[in-house]
Write a protein that binds this ligand. Structure first.
Ligand code: TEU
Ligand code: CA
Length: 564
């Protein structure tokens, strides 16, 4: 295994629309982010992943791009962005930009041209097909593919008398990577941002860019590795950057093809297997309870099967997922802080690069807006429309599922203070603020030595100091059938590195309680006795006045031991 800065880094994801509004229009912006640069530095993160800030009609909040080289008007100017880059670099924080090139906006000039005729210069920039039955005027779309955001994945365009593919919203037509001219345009655009000094890309649904000619598959398609190797040879390999591929629908074996150390494609995957633990066969809205035995089986599989072969991202939430403390911990006032710290302990003591999604570091929770109409997300809106047409579920059931699973849970404005607008905006926020901002906010967290924020600082600092937290492998789950206690050990072998050697084997033992009840851990006594020093636990200052019980793990308790 090779050492690399992006393996040792902790990433912080910013969803700019919801992070900080500087001018009172209710929309987060780049000067807003700039004003919080010191906050990011204080947390101790190494990299900011900035969700899209490019020009966009915002059908999907910037994931529908109409100009890849311009900054979204509401977010500021390219000069603002340059100031942000400098402010981050001045604080030793790198900047990774979102790269959304599976699709563009339908308002991108390429698409505006492409939909006009079948022979123009841009005719083949997108995926156009005749309707089924061979006749273009047929009312049937080319195939039965469904959009991720509900409904058919095809839309008919009268000017061309053809259908275009959109795996996501109608306003997000899929780009045609088969076209070498399109690939050249994308690579040039990537060079534009890299030459401005950015430190990498997070690549949106990058494993969907290759569709086969017969349109039988869009995941991990036939030419995806060829395209990524071409991108790597022409662009990525020329810069010291980090690349993370968002790759839904990959298992560890497929992931290795994207991030294998000798593959010359990407640095790490951002995969979703563990995000499906609470979904039934019907997909994301088919909600079922999750079990620790299933979660740990998935996490353990990734720890073991990618070890020494490729690199993974460690996360429990992002801008598309519910808040992690609400989903995997307990967001009630009694256990919110403790369970959030427990989950963070898990993320930061596995092999991979940890990602913190804005607000996670202060334990922000899901929101439960009273009405479906309070929601903004295109995925939610399209799903509601479809379900209402189908008529099987009543509105209160739809709302219940949105409360649990909707993406807007992650997109309510960042809670900075207990003041009006949560300190996010002096105006009316574009999406409602979570009413719990009076208790849960960054100002309160900074004032409290026992806060989640202070605990994240410790985790990040520990990871910096002790490289075994980053690199140790040989992952062993010590009680795979336990529904409450998650205990695992990792070992860093002295011979692990090709370019730096620890003097002797090092080990990490992590013990986590995934319940609000005390758990007997007598069965771990031998492991604990041989585990070395307790370097971190998530008890409050008050709780620490009482000695740790050797054979009992408190509710939501987390412990980390490091040893030789
Ligand atoms: O998400 C892609 C993706 O995997 C989604 O299917 C994700 O699982 C879904 O949003 C969960 O509900 C990326 C972006 O992260 C997302 O914000 C965009 O909407 C999407 O691509 C289209 O660009
Ligand atoms: Ca603003």
């Amino acid at each position: 295994m090779k050492r690399a800065w992006w393996k040792e880094a902790v990433v912080y994801q910013i969803y700019p629309r919801s992070f900080m509004d500087s001018n009172g229009d209710g929309i987060g912006d780049i000067p807003g982010i700039l004003s919080r640069a010191d906050y990011l530095a204080e947390l101790g993160i190494d990299v900011v992943w900035l969700s899209p800030v490019y020009q966009s009609p915002n059908a999907d909040n910037g994931y529908d791009i109409s100009d890849y080289r311009a900054i979204m008007t509401e977010f500021g100017t390219l000069d603002d962005w340059k100031r942000l880059l400098k402010a981050l670099h001045d604080r030793n924080i790198r900047l990774v930009m979102d790269l959304v090139v599976n699709h563009s906006s339908d308002e991108h000039p390429w698409f505006v041209e492409s939909k006009k005729s079948r022979d123009g210069a841009y005719a083949d920039y997108y995926i156009w097909r005749d309707g089924r039955g061979g006749c273009a005027c047929d009312a049937e779309p080319p195939n039965d593919w469904q959009s991720v955001f509900s409904g058919p994945a095809w839309k008919y365009s009268a000017a061309r008398d053809q259908w275009y593919l959109h795996l996501f919203a109608e306003k997000q037509p899929d780009l045609n990577w088969e076209n070498p001219v399109l690939r050249r345009e994308i690579f040039d655009m990537m060079r534009f941002w890299l030459d401005l000094g950015i430190d990498g890309f997070r690549m949106d649904v990058i494993n969907m860019i290759s569709k086969d000619a017969a349109l039988t598959t869009f995941m991990n398609g036939p030419r995806v590795h060829e395209f990524l190797q071409e991108m790597n040879a022409e662009i990525l390999s020329k810069y010291d950057i980090m690349t993370v591929g968002e790759t839904p629908g990959v298992d560890p074996a497929l992931a290795e093809l994207y991030v294998g150390e000798n593959r010359n494609e990407l640095n790490m995957v951002f995969q979703f297997e563990h995000m499906d633990v609470d979904s039934g066969p019907g997909g994301k809205w088919d909600i079922r309870p999750w079990m620790l035995t299933e979660l740990r089986a998935i996490l353990g599989k990734w720890q073991r099967e990618l070890d020494g072969k490729g690199w993974n991202s460690l996360y429990l939430n992002n801008h598309d997922q519910p808040r992690m403390v609400s989903r995997f911990g307990d967001d009630s006032p009694l256990w919110r802080v403790k369970s959030a710290k427990m989950l963070a302990t898990m993320l930061h003591t596995m092999q991979g690069t940890p990602y913190i999604y804005q607000g996670e570091e202060i334990g922000m929770t899901n929101v439960a807006f009273p009405s479906i109409e309070d929601y903004e997300d295109v995925e939610i809106r399209n799903w509601v429309k479809e379900e209402r047409e189908r008529g099987a579920l009543r509105d209160n059931e739809l709302l219940k599922r949105i409360h649990y699973r909707g993406r807007d849970n992650a997109r309510t404005p960042m809670q900075w203070t207990a003041g009006k607008g949560a300190g996010f905006t002096s105006g009316t926020p574009w999406l409602g603020v979570n009413p719990n901002y009076a208790e849960i906010n960054a100002e309160a967290a900074l004032a409290d030595p026992d806060s989640i924020f202070r605990y994240y600082q410790k985790l990040i600092a520990l990871r910096k100091r002790k490289k075994e937290l980053v690199y140790a492998g040989s992952f062993e789950d010590l009680c795979p059938r336990n529904e409450f206690v998650y205990a695992y050990r990792r070992t860093l072998k002295a011979e692990t590195f090709t370019n730096a050697q620890p003097e002797s084997d090092r080990s990490i033992l992590t013990i986590l309680n995934f319940s609000g009840e005390a758990q007997d851990i007598g069965f771990l006594t031998d492991h604990i006795d041989n585990a070395g020093d307790l370097v971190l636990d998530n008890r409050s200052t008050d709780e620490k006045k009482v000695p740790l019980s050797p054979a009992t793990l408190g509710p939501w308790e987390a412990r980390v031991y490091l040893g030789e």
